[in-house]
Design a protein around this ligand. Structure first.
Ligand code: B3K
Ligand code: ZN
Length: 869
């Protein structure tokens, strides 16, 4: 197998670049002919060979300056031209390739999705279309002519502006597009198909009119308007908060059903997984609506952070992704609830990103070594990357940050930049030394802050001793000290916030932790305070401070920062869970502390103080979130302890839950902050009531009365989770109603896959033959197989190894059809080191079986090799 690693340190400027490329597509699902006329420009006079990337197509001919050219060698991945004797500064290559979109199940390059044809080029998919310098630092102007059957493909789209078009006599038609902005090949896009089209316009703040076009499958127009509204909101927000305006005259979004990820920011022509476009109250939940809004915004924001300023090489991916995630997070925070958004992001980081850092795939947000680039679109590069940007924002403040942004854009517009260019702009714009801060880009792993405190009642002095350390990771043994912004607050025993000062000088709430050990001293503190530490999760680190339950309850009830209140509840619940897992392991009976139950009761009774926060505080972390806090994960113990806690909380709060459930009434469905919050609280009540004797009755009624998918799914999900008598009836009803619609059925598949039933694996296996299931559709696979492997901790990790064998069988099939999705789904198997010896052996055996696959893809190879090392 060809599995050569690339290293960040080996970056070299290209010897040649491309200034213009003219692409001609004679489009057909079975056989597409692509003629690429590419204008090259020599950058290095001494260069005498040109290596172009390309694979997975049939190559038919090459011309150099319109004359046949044969001085090349080919391997499975590239074509190298011998240019000795050709020292012209510019030349043109004409290359003809033949593709089979209908057979392309990898969903990279040019492929068929449903009845349409589309592309996915990031990271290295363009090379599946034609031979090209397929690297992000080669920026060219694209002109694309598409010819295809008009009846089958009435819409022919590509980047930029439509400049020409016409009809042919044989029933075909053609359209030509030109994108005036030079761009790397990964931003190229083409779509052909028959769609329903939603149009709108946006007037930019400088007064230009932009045509907005949203293409969805026929019949789906009634699910398109939310995405359009979200796009307009995002465009306005980026002008207001970042001063960034859209640049082309047209912005198109196409929703397709077959897509490996969420969406793609191709210049002027975003292609989206239909999951992140389509929504109406009957088909989408509140969470779906919010996810759509945020992905639409994310891809739009890439127009500046990603497209206008792009990446020099793929090691710099976080330059665009970390920054753009930060931007979409800020957008959601500004348009919705900042605290809620923060809490959700932190949940993801603590469960999935921390796990990645602790596993075999650990890497810094700017990786050093890559075999398959698609394996590095990770929560580390994206979400931890966004945390690094957020820390900069915390250190510089909004004004300083925006000053840095303006300099960064001004210096790098139209260029391929590096993470260093970004930090350097921030540094120079703010006249600040970010040298130590830079280490966040090169150091992997989750830092730990060990904090202890002491109070001197004679001098009224409070002292925090902070030690930082980062445990070694799979990729990096030695760690250095980082610059960690630590946001704190001190409360007195009654919950009143204390002033932070030292010798009369105010101390900023964000402490700069830069050394291995540091002491922070606070004066004028009358009485031992309760510290709120790492407020708002001011850095992506683990906190180790020995809180008592009493301290946590004080914070839960009195902290003036929502995040701190939620975080205190998390710690309380985690303590409860830990204790009960160990009871379970010792065969002892499980119990919950009355003081914790009462504290939760108080939160619920005072729900009006903050409805959304109440729901979040009372939502028990998922098994996976709990699991990440254990060195050795006991799936059965965690499941049992968590179930026990759910039932105990439900029993304890029953009366209030029922009262509140009946009290909250929402007649018409509106997707609007207050309603979303109330619906979530009502469904939280339902969720707990589901575990009491009243459960079946309430849940069945809730399902029958639901006039929107949020409520329907809430009922269905608790019916499954608590194995209520109404479960089968409701599941059958849902199936009967939605079996024609894969996207909605994904919710049903995911519920089936996460059932607590003993025979859940059998159910999942049978569902793979369900008429709504399709092995080649990544959404279906993720909802059925992905949910089983990632969310059903107990069943997937069944000690008899059946879960592992099942996943392995699937991965063997997927390795061939869609390696990128295979490499995502293998993740839970990589983390064997976190389990007991018996499970470890079984998981390793599964990985070894995979490693023997004859044509193992680079995608799987890279991960499996690392895991087994
Ligand atoms: N940039 C794309 C992700 C491409 C993934 C390639 N395997 C979507 C995004 O982050 O906006
Ligand atoms: Zn992105």
């Amino acid at each position: 197998m060809l599995a050569k690693a690339k290293y960040r340190k080996d970056y070299r400027q290209p010897d040649f670049t491309v200034t213009d490329i003219f692409l001609d597509f004679q489009l057909d699902a079975q056989r597409t002919v692509v003629t690429a006329k590419t204008h090259f420009q020599r950058l290095n006079e001494a260069a005498n060979s040109l290596r172009l990337d390309g694979h997975s197509f049939q190559f038919s001919s090459i011309l150099l300056n319109d004359a046949p050219f044969t001085a090349y060698v080919q391997d499975g991945e590239s074509l190298t031209l011998d240019l000795r004797g050709i020292d012209a500064a510019t030349f043109q290559l004409t290359i003809v390739t033949i593709l089979k979109p209908a057979d392309n199940t990898s969903l990279q390059g040019l492929y068929q999705s449903g009845e349409g044809i589309c592309t996915q080029c990031e990271a290295e998919g363009f090379r599946q279309i034609t031979y090209m310098l397929d690297r992000p630092d080669v920026l060219a102007r694209y002109t694309t002519k598409i010819t295809a059957d008009k009846a089958k493909y009435p819409y022919l789209l590509s980047n930029g502006n439509r400049i020409d078009g016409g009809e042919l006599e044989d029933g075909r038609h053609w359209v030509e597009w030109h994108d005036p902005f030079p761009k790397p090949s990964y931003l190229f896009a083409l779509v052909a198909g028959d769609f329903d089209l939603l149009t709108d316009t946006f007037i930019t703040r400088s007064g230009r009119e932009v045509a907005l076009e949203l293409y969805v499958d026929r019949g789906n127009l009634n699910r398109a308007s939310w995405a359009m509204e979200s796009l307009k909101k995002a465009m306005r927000w980026d002008e207001e908060r970042f001063g960034l305006e859209y640049d082309l005259d047209i912005y198109m979004i196409v929703a397709v059903d077959f897509f490996n990820m969420g969406a793609m920011e191709n210049k002027g022509l975003n292609i989206f997984n239909s999951k992140y476009v389509l929504a109406n109250p009957q088909t989408a939940t509140d969470d779906d609506y919010l996810a759509i809004e945020s992905v639409i915004a994310h891809e739009y924001f890439h127009n500046w952070t990603g497209n206008r300023v792009t990446c020099r090489d793929w090691f710099q991916l976080s330059l665009k992704e970390g920054l753009t995630v930060f931007r979409d997070q800020e957008f959601s925070s500004d348009t919705g609830s900042r605290a809620v958004k923060r809490i959700q992001d932190v949940k993801l980081l603590r469960s999935v990103q921390f796990a990645e850092d602790a596993g075999p795939m650990a890497h810094p947000i700017r990786p050093e070594k890559v075999i398959e680039m698609n394996n590095f679109y990770t929560v580390t590069v994206y979400e931890k990357g966004a945390e690094v940007i957020r820390m900069l924002h915390t250190l510089l403040g909004e004004q300083g940050f925006q000053k840095g942004m303006r300099l960064y854009i001004a210096e790098n517009d139209g260029k391929a930049a590096t993470c260093e260019d970004f930090v350097s702009a921030m540094e120079r714009a703010n006249e600040l030394d970010l040298n130590q801060f830079r280490r966040w880009y090169s150091q992997s792993g989750t830092p730990e802050l060990l904090i202890s405190d002491a109070y001197d009642e004679k001098t009224h002095t409070y002292r925090l001793t902070v030690s930082q350390s980062t445990p070694p990771t799979a990729d990096q043994m030695e760690k250095v000290n980082l610059h960690i912004p630590l946001k704190i607050a001190l409360y007195d025993q009654k919950g009143t916030r204390q002033m932070l000062q030292n010798d009369g000088n105010p101390i900023h709430e964000v402490l700069n932790v830069t050394e291995k050990d540091q002491i922070f001293e606070f004066h004028g503190i009358y009485g031992r305070p309760v510290p709120a530490l790492l407020c708002d999760f001011s850095a992506p680190v683990k906190l180790d401070y020995d809180y008592t339950n009493a301290q946590l309850i004080t914070l839960l009830q009195h902290a003036d920062n929502s995040f701190c209140r939620w975080d205190a509840a998390q710690m309380l619940l985690l303590n409860e869970l830990r204790r009960n897992v160990s009871h379970y392991q010792q065969g002892e009976s499980l119990e919950m502390s009355p003081e914790v139950l009462n504290a939760l009761a108080v939160v619920l009774q005072n729900y009006e103080r903050d409805i959304e926060l109440t729901t979040l505080i009372l939502t028990l972390p998922r098994e996976l979130e709990f699991a990440e806090n254990f060195k050795t994960i006991d799936p059965d113990g965690i499941f049992a302890a968590r179930e026990f806690m759910l039932r105990t909380i439900a029993e304890h709060l029953k009366d209030t839950l029922v009262l509140l459930y009946n009290h909250i009434r929402l007649e018409n469905y509106r997707i609007e902050g207050q309603d979303i919050a109330l619906r979530a609280l009502k469904n939280l009540c339902l969720n707990y009531i589901g575990y009491t004797a009243l459960g079946n009755n309430f849940v069945h009624k809730h399902y029958n009365n639901a006039n929107n998918m949020t409520d329907t799914l809430a009922a269905l999900s608790i019916a499954c989770r608590a194995a209520l008598p109404c479960r089968d009836t409701l599941l059958a009803d849902f199936e009967q109603k939605w079996q024609h619609d894969g996207l909605v059925m994904d919710k049903w598949f995911a519920l089936q896959a996460t059932r607590p039933d003993e025979n859940v694996l059998e159910i999942v296996q049978q569902l793979m033959d369900h008429p709504s299931f399709n092995f080649n559709n990544p959404n279906r696979l993720r909802s059925l197989v992905g949910s089983f492997a990632n969310q059903n901790l107990k069943a997937f990790h069944n000690i008899n190894g059946s879960g592992y064998r099942f996943l392995t069988d699937i991965l063997i099939r997927l390795n061939e059809s869609n390696p990128q999705v295979a490499a995502r789904l293998v993740e839970p198997l990589l983390r064997f080191a976190r389990f007991d010896a018996q499970r470890q052996t079984l998981m390793k055996r599964a990985l070894e079986r995979l490693s023997l696959i004859e044509e193992l893809s680079k995608d799987l190879f890279e991960k499996i090799e690392k895991a087994l090392q």
